[in-house]
Design a binder for this molecule. Structure first.
Ligand code: NAD
Length: 259
């Protein structure tokens, strides 16, 4: 197993990619702290981890609240004696409220930035000293293909993910001095509840599917990228913003989101 003896924390672990990452990290031997604002979803993931004979504990936390993030890290360390891996996965897309800048209400902008970008900062802020104390480890941040190839039409979301990419690169030298690698991943379109809202019809889903060289992605394949970056196999990577998108950003995309 790649992560035996490690403690991993996954924000937004109750659904989609976060849930798949909790299961994959636990299968590799890590004790997993499942963090989510949705208690039922998070408890559900922790139960699934235990069902596969893994070790997991759910902690309710809203990553847009610094005090929740501080408490989350404290509880993780108290539960498992340290922290080695942080996957900043929690994120929101608000497709019917986000859009072209003049149409985006400032509160919508603030909400998206606060969860996606500030949440990544808050969790990292409290986790980095603990990961350093545990002897080093890895942080993986959920950016998006939208950080590399914004389609237009989700300005707040794209900006938040661009911010995550820049924060990742900016944190990397400081983290390196503490024995921590920090990387961002940029999936294309993954079949999760987040996109079920965006794909309003089977036709639209198919259009997105065609935009990938090799079809839509699964949460499980992104979880494997997270395991790779968390493990010793990822030791060459820090400060990297990695497309893992089945060719999405290699294709010239049609005007999929602009309404
Ligand atoms: N699905 C995709 O195609 C895709 C592509 C690129 C990047 N991403 C990014 O990957 C991450 C996971 O996406 P997903 O598709 O699995 O989403 P999802 O909607 O299926 O799951 C997101 C989880 O985050 C939790 N969450 C939301 N706000 C939170 C908050 N304030 N505090 C704590 N938890 C919160 C939700 O309760 C949910 O369990 C997101 O950051 C997303 O932006 C997704």
């Amino acid at each position: 197993m790649l992560l035996e003896g490690k403690v991993a924390m996954v924000t937004g672990g109750g659904s989609g990619i976060g849930r798949a990452a909790c299961l994959a990290l636990a299968r590799e031997g890590a004790a997993v702290v499942v963090a989510d604002v949705d208690s039922m979803a998070g408890e559900g993931t922790a139960a699934l981890v235990r069902k596969q004979r893994g070790v997991a504990r759910f902690v309710r936390a809203d990553v847009s609240e610094p005090s929740d993030c501080e408490q989350l890290v404290r509880e993780a360390v108290a539960a498992f004696g340290g922290l080695h891996i942080l996957y900043n996965n929690a994120g929101i897309a608000l497709p019917f409220q986000d859009g072209f800048t003049p149409a985006v209400a400032p509160e919508v902008w603030d909400r998206v930035l606060r969860v996606n970008l500030s949440g990544t900062f808050y969790c990292s802020h409290y986790a980095i000293p603990e990961i350093a104390k545990a002897g080093g480890g890895a942080i993986i941040n959920a950016a998006s293909s939208m950080a590399l190839l914004p389609l237009g039409g989700l300005d707040a979301y794209a900006a938040s993910k661009g911010g995550v990419a820049a924060l990742t690169k900016s944190m990397a030298p400081g983290c390196a001095a503490l024995g921590i690698r920090v990387n961002a991943i940029c999936p294309g379109y993954v079949d999760t509840p987040m996109n079920a809202v965006i794909w309003q019809s089977e036709e639209m889903k198919k259009a997105f599917e065609r935009g990938h060289a090799m079809g839509l992605q699964t949460p499980e394949e992104i979880a494997e990228v997270v395991v790779f970056l968390a493990s010793e196999y990822g030791r060459s990577f820090t400060g990297a913003v990695l497309p893992c998108d089945r060719g999405w950003t290699a294709f010239k995309q049609p005007d999929l989101l602009r309404g």
